[in-house]
Structures are given as structure tokens and as C-alpha cells.
Design a protein around this ligand. Sequence first.
Ligand code: 13P
Length: 340
Amino acid sequence: MNLDEMNKVAQAIVATGKGILAADESSGTIKKRFDAIGVESTEETRRNYREMLFRSKEGMKHISGVILYDETIWQKAKDGTPLVELIKEAGSIPGIKVDEGTKPLPFCPGELVTIGLDKLADRLPKYYEQGARFAKWRAVIDIGAGIPTHTCVYANAHALARYAALCQVAQIVPIVEPEVLMDGDHDIDRCVHITEWVLKETFQQLYYNKVALEGMLLKPNMAIAGKKCAKKASVEEVAEKTVKMLKACVPGAVPGIAFLSGGQSDEEATAHLDAMNKISKLPWKLTFSYGRALQHAPQVAWRGRAENITAAQRAFSHRAKMNGLATLGQWKSDLEKQAA
Ligand code: 13P
């Protein structure tokens, strides 16, 4: 393992002004997104859509890394260029989602555990050869009556750490993603309470599994009230509580933190990241690793039609630029109106 090299990759991914495009929707998830815009999900439409994003010159200026799904990492653009080459030509680093989704956790009703460890050691070198320099594994923790349980938090943290260690052996930077969902009716303080527990357990497991913190990145949720909670926290409260929570749990040796958007609106996700980066003296870089909050606008503009590609690329570039500014704490809501 060459830790210096992995640290360089991690630093490049969290370079100021840039962040990650999470384009790693599984076949089931991308079908849901395409259904919403009236597009049939086929290998070709998925390829066309993602090619459109990766060829967006303006948008990709703000994208340091792209997380791909297994199908995409082997796909070629219409003209025969491998999609990974398009990403590299745009100055971005290809990454790969390596978990195999979730399964119900036995004896823990309503809780899930992420799977995919069994053949991971064999799969990783193939992804490295194909150009992937970082990977992602997502654990899902739901908040509800009596959940999460210790069993769920422990099982998911352990799997995340096993995955991260296997990645580092294969010279691939692991992005460790323990996502506490924002689906419930809990308030922001309960989100903080549970997220702290999940993060502390995760870093404990990373330690026991000998993962080098300098060669990984964290992809957490923000401290945020559940979607069904009547009391919504202000942008400032989300930023302050998220930074405080992370400072209590994430060692400074971790080069950077790239948030998931988790169901926030595009503008909310940008405003929250921006407010955090306006807080001074942070021990790590804070950036974005957004799926929905980067792709919703281009998907709506595209609708599967070739004549909409320019408009869709414009929508993607705008969101990527806004999030790039948020990594600098330089975003302003007026900038959104100018583009509309
Ligand atoms: P969202 O930003 O849509 O939450 O997706 C990020 C991601 O990669 C989830 O695993």
C-alpha cells in the first residue's frame, strides 16, 4: 500500500472549488429517476444520459471525482471512447460504487445492512485497472421508534471498515458513507445524537481494521431534521450543528468530508455547504458528493431528448458551479436568480 499516493488522490478529490458527482445510481434507482421524467431506462439511455453529464465542459470544471455504477465503468460513449476516459479528459478522477445494496438485518425489524464484502478483494484490482482511484460503500441507518439498534449501527460500521481496509490494500481510496436517513419525523437534535453514535462507532471500527485515515474520505449526512418533522432548522443551525458534530467525531487526519444530499432540495444542499464553509478554522476540507442535488435539474431539462442536451448541460453546470462556490463559502442566493 502506498499511503502517500492515496493521500494525494484524497486531497485532489477535496480540492477547493470542486466536489464529487455521485452518478452511481443502481439500475433500480436510475429507473425511478428516469420514470419521473418519462424516459425508458435502457443500457443506451443510461449511457446517453451519463455521457451528456461527463461531456459538460463547464460543469465538469467543478467536479473533482465521479462515482460510477458497475455498468457505467465498462461503458463506451457513442463515438467509442470509454466513459472513464471522458472523465479523465475533463480533469476528474473516476470512482466506483462497490457495495451491492442492502438486505434486511435479521431480528432487527425495519433495519438494513449493506452487503458486498465476499468477493470484494477480487473485484477491486479490476476496477483499479479500469481507472478507478476511489470507491464508495453506503451504509443506511434509519431513525424511528426504537431504531437504530446497536446491532444495526455495529454491523454497518464493521462492514464499512472491512470495505475500507480492502480498498486500501488495492490502492483505492475508500469513501466511507454512513448515511443517517432524513426520512423520519425526528428533529435536528435527534439526528445529531444518532449521527454522532454512528460516526463514533464507524471510526472505532476503522481503527480496529487498521484503516489509514490519511488515505480515506468521509461521506456523511448533515445534521438535519427529518422530512416529516414540523420544525425545520435554519441554514445557520444546520451548519453550526453539523460542524460541531463532525468536530466531535472525525479526526483531523481525515483529509476531507464530502456530504451526500440525502433528499435536500438543490438550493438547500448548496446553502448548507456554503454556510459551513463560512465557519473558519475547520480541520478538514468540506465539499459535496451529491447525487440528486446535482442531477435533478439536468434530468428535468433533458427528458431523454437529444435537442435538450445543451439545456441539460447548462442546468448541470449551474448546479456544479454553485456547489463549487459553496466549497469556498462564496455562494449567494442572488446567483441562483441570475441563472433562472
Ligand atoms: P444523494 O446526494 O442523492 O443523497 O446521493 C448521494 C449518494 O451517493 C448516496 O449514496
